[in-house]
Design a binder for this molecule. Structure first.
Ligand SMILES: [Zn+2]
Length: 162
């Protein structure tokens, strides 16, 4: 972040360079003038370095602000979205977040991964490989790979249990 110290240092360097440049016309001795020119070049380089540092700090600030804005947008979207789901016991001892039928707005019934829901991420559980027991059905999160066992006759394919 660009703070008052960085700005003050840059202004001081420029002021110093300006003072040296102002005094150059009054120096008759070539050796002394050359020494002052070298000093001026040093002050200009310091000011340039300060400007580059400030520019980099500004670019970092801009990126940080963009990240925060994206996070705020995500949180606002998530706040509305999370209200469309409710925690449901699915009859196997596991829980999912199920789409409330009254706010489905045409979307097919589906479950969200409870792990990802806690991280404010909407991840729809997908039917997974055939289960070991025919009475069960496996559901898998495509993001965190959580695997949930549900009774075969529950879930979005069939009417919800509970
Ligand atoms: Zn997940």
């Amino acid at each position: 972040m660009i703070g008052p110290a960085e700005l003050s240092a840059g202004i001081t360097s420029l002021r110093f360079a300006f003072d040296i440049a102002k005094g150059l016309k009054d120096i008759a001795d070539a050796t002394e003038r050359n020494a002052k020119i070298m000093e001026l070049q040093g002050a200009i380089m310091d000011a340039q370095a300060g400007a580059i540092e400030a520019q980099q700090a500004h670019a970092t600030d801009v990126r940080h602000i963009a990240d925060l804005e994206a996070e705020i947008t995500h949180l606002k979207t998530w706040d509305g979205e999370k209200e469309r789901y409710e925690l449901k016991a699915i009859g196997s001892g596991a829980f999912v977040y199920a789409l409330k039928p009254d706010v489905a707005a045409g979307e097919p019934s589906h479950w969200l991964c409870p792990n990802c829901y806690q991280k404010r991420e909407k991840r729809i559980l997908q039917a997974d490989a055939p289960p070991m027991y025919a009475d069960d059905r496996y559901w898998k999160c495509p993001a965190c790979c959580a695997r949930i066992t549900a009774p075969f006759m529950s879930g979005p394919i069939f009417p919800l249990v509970g």
